[in-house]
Design a binder for this molecule. Structure first.
Ligand code: ADP
Ligand code: MG
Length: 705
């Protein structure tokens, strides 16, 4: 694109130009901007303010209330130095309607002189109660010439998210330039791709108007609405972004459907053998989803299916049946899981289930010994019929499957679209793509699934195995620890097994492990007759595997653990769980952890211990988790509560790489997204590509994943 040239005017950069084309962007500022992922003028326009200040009107001092942020002006009546424990400079400013004290803790002599009695000042700051009058501490201020009227701002002042070394003033200057370019160039710069009928139906503004509004709101704009992100101008941008992501996923899905997959038609012999050997029969829901998966795998189009089922709903056996169908048809299976512990767990289950059928599962995690690993790799290369279970190590470059028919990914929320695509490519050979089955225990609300997982089909296990006793949960302060320890002693005497989960707010694994080690020691002292085990993320594999096996066999009564046991661990005899610092965890994580008990027919109990005092949010979370054990209800409460580490906020945040939209805040937009996408694909097909390019383009390179 050639820059526009105007008579006498300097060359204007275009919307797609680099930020370095703007005035005031040298290498240092450019570097800071890059740190916030701002490289083009367009990025700058999509970098929205976090909050706003109102400097468009002067508030009479008499009308101020504590907590207000306001622009005031008046005459200094008195300035004096206050000595004492904290030296400060106090100025009394009056405008005829009232007086306020300006308080400075840091000041120079020159500053003090500049605030002499009779000076006119304009100040901006937050109002707080003081000893005699209201106060502003360290307000921004400028001296005024009483003979002249100094204009106020025409717009609300945007406050941008920033990084160190990048001033608000700089961002404001740059966005002003970017908005000017937008005005000049709106015809071919940031083109409007949402048809009028779409905007009219939802009463949303046009793109350029929306951008101008959020960067420079008029004085009468509702600041609260803007700060909550629910103004139509912001909703318009969020809507377009969500739509673009949805369209890009739909395109991925479409592309996948043009690919070839092996038709996995087993004869059912192995599956039948497994079913006959199980001590239970499948629930109706398990039968239904098994059928859905089986039908998909028989087709020559690659399956891409999400299997949702609450913790303990019995996803593993469904996976095993899918794996057997692939093996029967003469194809290999790969199963990727997020943690080594989970890999161990599945290895144990599959050995038990598939071993008798003559299938020996492989275990590929990062710490498998070299010689063992190369033996496994040779077997995979030689088309050995097996299921390989592993973490990311499963898809390292030297691992090649000769005949991969099915890829299973457990616990989807840890993997985003990118990993999904990368896996698909890695497993492909001779133009064939493996079928993919993705498991999640985190229920995803339907409208969200339709937006964020639009490239997937859905199967839901909506029924629990029979005879499960609902888990009873109690919430107790840490001060009642002694009681809890007694309870453990009693439980162990009755032959029950116990998890004691240590959590820390720091994500640091080292600290978590230290805390768990410490707790295990203390519990061992308090309960000398109880057989104690310890498991955490920094133990050697074989050590951890050994502890887990001992616990499973009932040789350990109390297993002290970090949150490594959060996913997948299955020991049906464990029926009591204590979670320390439960107030620090999000609902979804608590639900997952608690899902480690209540997996058999025993009555199970969960003790949620907390450190007082509880915040309001933490109290609401703990009460929600105490009251319900249903994952879908919990997901719904999670959406309402929005605490830290919860379902959508943290975990799903990475699913789509969103800049403006927020899957929780903007969830009301979701139901409309699919419908609008249909309309665009049908009636405005040439709008689809540019939209994807604008919002997703640079982060997802289709030809090259
Ligand atoms: P999740 O969905 O959390 O992965 P699992 O597959 O680990 O659940 O199953 C939880 C427990 O329920 C396991 O011990 C499993 O053997 C058992 N189970 C699975 N399906 C059934 C069923 N239909 N009837 C009884 N128990 C079952
Ligand atoms: Mg599981």
């Amino acid at each position: 694109m050639t820059p526009l040239k105007r008579n006498g005017a300097e060359r204007q950069p275009t919307i797609s130009a680099s930020v370095t084309a703007l005035r005031g962007v040298g290498p240092r500022v450019a570097h800071r901007l890059h740190q916030r992922s701002i490289t083009s003028v367009q990025d700058l326009l999509f970098h929205l303010p976090l909050r706003y200040q109102d400097r468009t009107r002067i508030t009479p001092i008499g009308a101020l209330r504590p907590g207000d942020e306001a622009l005031i002006q008046g005459e200094v009546e008195l300035t004096q130095l206050r000595l004492g424990p904290r030296r400060s400079l106090l100025s009394r400013l009056s405008d005829g309607t009232g007086a306020i004290t300006l308080r400075f803790f840091h000041f120079s002599t020159a500053q003090q002189a500049g605030l002499a009695r009779g000076t006119y000042l304009r100040c901006y700051g937050q109002v707080r109660p003081g000893a005699h009058t209201l106060e502003m501490v360290h307000p921004e201020y400028q001296r005024l010439d009483p003979e002249r009227t100094e204009p106020v701002e025409d717009y609300l002042t945007p406050i941008y998210p920033t990084t160190e070394g990048l001033q608000q003033g700089t961002l404001r200057k740059l966005t002003r330039q970017a908005l000017a370019i937008l005005d000049e160039e709106s015809a071919d710069g940031l083109k409007e791709w949402l048809p009028d009928e779409v905007l009219a139906k939802r009463q949303l503004p046009k793109l350029n108007a929306a951008l101008r509004y959020v960067h420079r709101p008029p004085p009468d704009a509702l600041i609260r609405e803007l700060e909550e992100g629910v103004h139509p101008a912001q909703q318009r941008l969020a809507f377009e972004e969500l739509l673009a992501h949805h369209l890009s996923l739909r395109r991925l899905r479409y592309e996948l459907q043009t690919k070839q997959a092996p038709e996995l038609r087993g004869n059912g012999r192995l599956s039948r053998q497994l079913l006959d050997s199980l001590p239970f029969t499948l629930t109706r829901a398990q039968q239904r989803v098994t059928q859905e998966i089986s039908t998909d795998m028989r087709r020559s189009i690659p399956m891409l299916r999400l299997l949702q089922g609450d913790v303990g709903s019995g996803k593993t056996v469904v996976v095993a049946l899918a794996a057997l169908q692939a093996l029967e048809a003469g194809y290999q299976v790969a199963m990727m899981v997020p943690t080594e512990l989970l890999a161990e767990q599945h290895l144990g289950t599959f050995r038990q289930w598939l071993g008798p059928l003559g299938i020996e599962p492989l275990w590929l995690v990062s710490k498998v010994r070299r010689t063992e690993r190369s033996a496994m790799i040779s077997r995979l290369k030689a088309a050995d019929l097996t299921i390989a279970i592993g973490t990311h190590a499963l898809f390292q470059p030297d691992v090649r499957f000769a005949k991969l028919g099915l890829v299973i990914i457990d616990e989807q929320h840890r993997f985003g679209v990118h990993q999904r695509l990368a896996l698909r490519e890695k497993g492909s050979y001779d133009g064939y793509y493996p079928h993919q089955l993705i498991l999640t225990a985190t229920p995803i609300p339907r409208t969200l699934a339709m937006t964020a997982y639009a490239d997937l089909d859905n199967s839901i296990i909506d029924e629990m195995p029979p005879n499960r006793q609902p888990i009873k949960s109690v919430v107790l302060p840490d001060s009642r620890r002694e009681e809890v320890i007694q309870r453990i002693a009693n439980a162990c005497r009755q032959g029950r097994q116990v998890y004691w989960v240590c959590t820390l707010i720091e994500e640091s694994e080292v600290l978590q492990c230290q805390a768990a080690t410490e707790t295990a020691k203390r519990l061992a002292r308090a309960l000398p007759r109880v057989r104690m085990g310890l498991i955490h993320g920094r133990m050697q594999d074989d050590e951890r595997e050994h502890v887990m096996a001992e616990f499973k066999m009932g040789n350990i009564d109390v297993l002290v653990a970090t949150t490594v046991i959060e996913v997948g661990v299955d020991v049906p005899n464990a029926s009591l769980m204590v979670i320390e610092n439960a107030e620090r965890l999000g609902l979804a994580q608590l639900h997952q952890l608690r899902g480690r008990i209540g997996r058999g027919t025993l009555q199970s109990d969960c003790v949620l211990m907390y450190q007082a005092p509880l915040t309001e949010h933490a109290r609401a979370r703990l009460s929600a988790i105490r009251q319900t054990t249903n994952g879908f209800d919990i997901a719904r409460r999670d959406l309402e509560l929005r605490g830290p580490g919860e379902l959508l906020g943290t975990r799903q945040a990475g699913v789509l790489n969103l800049r403006i939209a927020d899957l929780v805040r903007d969830r009301k937009l979701l139901p409309d997204i699919q419908e609008t996408a249909d309309l665009l694909l049908q009636d405005y097909p040439d709008h689809v590509d540019p939209l994807i390019q604008r919002w997703v383009g640079r982060s997802l390179n289709y030809g090259n994943v």
